[in-house]
Design a protein around this ligand. Structure first.
Ligand code: PLP
Length: 489
């Protein structure tokens, strides 16, 4: 293609460009200003005119076309009229996808969250007396009721929970950990580094595959501050292995008056038959752990938070620590967490209403029916294919790779786009749909999709496949380069 073949004509064409205020007043009359603000209206008008100027300069456009500039400006305005961090549909098959914000809240928790977020809640005042109270007192009674622990508190995440617990139990002293448990979990959570952050020194015992109670016993001396046991949640060592049980370590710790800290990570409160290798907080407390730590947004199904349950004296010292103020949770986290905990008081309520638990127990038959329904609607579209396939779903969120679940998905392909462009268009749609790439197709795994999102999923995918969604070709906003589908840790 020859560029600038006729510079005179280009100049004539550019003379026809509208002024910014013309586009702005059109957008204002269409009601965009109260939605996205006047400054953004002006910016999208300038951008649309600039894009037109570039097309003319490149010779891609013979004449300035006011209607197409306006259309472009409207499209840009619509892209600005979305939540900056909008909702997404998780069709990756990874139930607790850290990149997609881990657990989805139960509908009841989300309802209370909306009300409290839009208003106020007595986080640090006692409604009965009107006097000042403690932020974590409300969640304490639910957590002790659910786990049998003496006391409990809540901080920003499990990493913070561990750093704080070690800061009060082992500052300036040694923390004894098995060599098989010096793990890294999810971006930058490394046990040796957290121990250091808590001002303690790591004392490694045993070997990668075998550590016995006697190994811990030999390491205990005047410098010992705590014994730490960590659930190796994202990998598994198989074969000739041994690790000391919580009960063994608890009797050792009690005899030497050393606190036993157990990081169980994923946050099961009581055993779940479907996940036999996950430890649970109640069992660990009953076996004698002094502090048990876990995430709020993994198997518990709540908001991001770190929960510590255990002995009174430890929890009191944790809450008095200066870092507690820096790591405390806000009213949104507290209310969502407590509504989630209320559901956990009844196993049937929890399994029926907490999305991650519901997904784990959902029968393959039910997934098949949902997938068939989706594939059926999509296969009515021209130029697209949708096929029901068997898949494997994973727990994710730094959980055991061996914890795979049979699942069902729909593989989609489009004649108009390759699988990478299709996946991108789905991610950029509203709500964004996140699948995974498999054999030249985009695979939508139904086990990680909330059943109440099935209709939205179908309509977004239909729109994208039929090219009807303008959202799919919205210009890139500046965002970091990422692989097509982020891998789960
Ligand atoms: C996930 C996990 C953590 C980190 O939890 P965050 O809440 O993300 O800080 C710590 N320990 C274990 C064992 C985990 O599985």
């Amino acid at each position: 293609m020859t560029q600038h073949a006729n510079p005179d004509r280009d100049v004539d064409a550019l003379r026809g460009l509208p002024a910014v205020h013309e586009i702005v007043s059109r957008l204002e009359s269409e009601g965009w200003s109260p939605r996205i603000g006047r400054a953004v209206v002006r910016r999208v008008a300038r951008e649309a005119i600039g894009a037109c100027r570039e097309r003319v300069a490149k010779g891609a456009l013979a004449d300035v076309d006011l209607a197409s500039i306006l259309q472009d400006a409207r499209r840009r305005a619509a892209a600005e009229d979305r939540p900056a961090l909008g909702p997404a549909i998780n069709a990756t098959g990874v139930l607790l996808h850290t990149g997609l914000g881990r657990a989805a809240l139960a509908a009841r928790a989300a309802d209370v969250l909306r009300q409290v977020g839009a208003g106020h809640a007595p986080v640090e005042v006692d409604p009965a007396s009107g006097a000042r109270g403690t932020r974590t007192a409300l969640s304490r009674s639910l957590l002790t009721e659910l786990t049998g622990a003496e006391s409990a508190t809540v901080v920003n995440n499990a990493a913070a929970a561990l750093a704080l617990t070690l800061a009060v139990s082992a500052h300036g002293r040694e923390v004894i950990v098995s060599r098989g448990e010096l793990v890294e979990i999810g971006g930058s959570f490394r046990i040796p580094e957290i121990i250091e952050a808590g001002g303690a020194t790591l004392r490694e015992v045993g070997t990668t595959n075998r550590t016995r109670a006697e190994d811990y016993e030999r390491a205990i001396d005047g410098r010992t501050g705590a014994i730490l046991k960590v659930h190796c949640s994202n990998f598994r060592i198989e074969g000739f292995t041994h690790d000391a049980s919580i009960a063994e370590l608890a009797s050792l710790a009690r005899a030497r008056s050393i606190p036993l800290v157990h990081d169980i990570g994923s946050g099961l409160l009581t055993p779940l038959a479907q996940l036999p290798s996950e430890p649970d907080a109640t069992g660990s407390i009953a076996a004698g752990a002094d502090a048990v730590l876990f995430s709020g947004d993994k198997l518990l199904g709540g908001p991001q938070s770190g929960i510590i349950v255990g002995r009174h004296v430890l929890i009191e010292r944790i809450e008095a620590h200066p870092l507690m103020r820096a790591l405390r949770v806000d009213k949104l986290t507290l209310c969502a967490l407590m509504e989630t905990l209320r559901l956990h008081r009844d196993a049937d309520l929890a399994r029926g209403e907490i999305p991650v638990l519901r997904a784990i127990v959902e029968p393959v038959k039910a997934l098949q029916a949902r997938a068939a329904h989706l594939a059926d609607s999509l296969s009515r579209l021209d130029h697209a294919r949708a096929t029901v396939v068997e898949t494997t779903a994973f727990l994710g969120g730094g959980s055991n790779p061996a914890e795979a679940m049979p699942s069902v998905g729909v593989e989609i392909t489009s004649e108009a786009m390759n699988e990478h462009d299709l996946a991108r268009a789905l991610r950029l749609a509203v709500p964004g749909v996140w699948g995974r790439l498999r054999g030249g197709a985009v695979l939508l795994d139904l086990r990680s999709v909330l059943p109440e999102q099935d209709a939205a999923l179908c309509s977004v995918v239909s729109d994208v496949l039929s090219g009807g969604s303008a959202d799919a070709d919205v210009p890139d906003r500046p965002r970091p380069q990422r692989p097509t589908i982020p891998r789960e840790e």
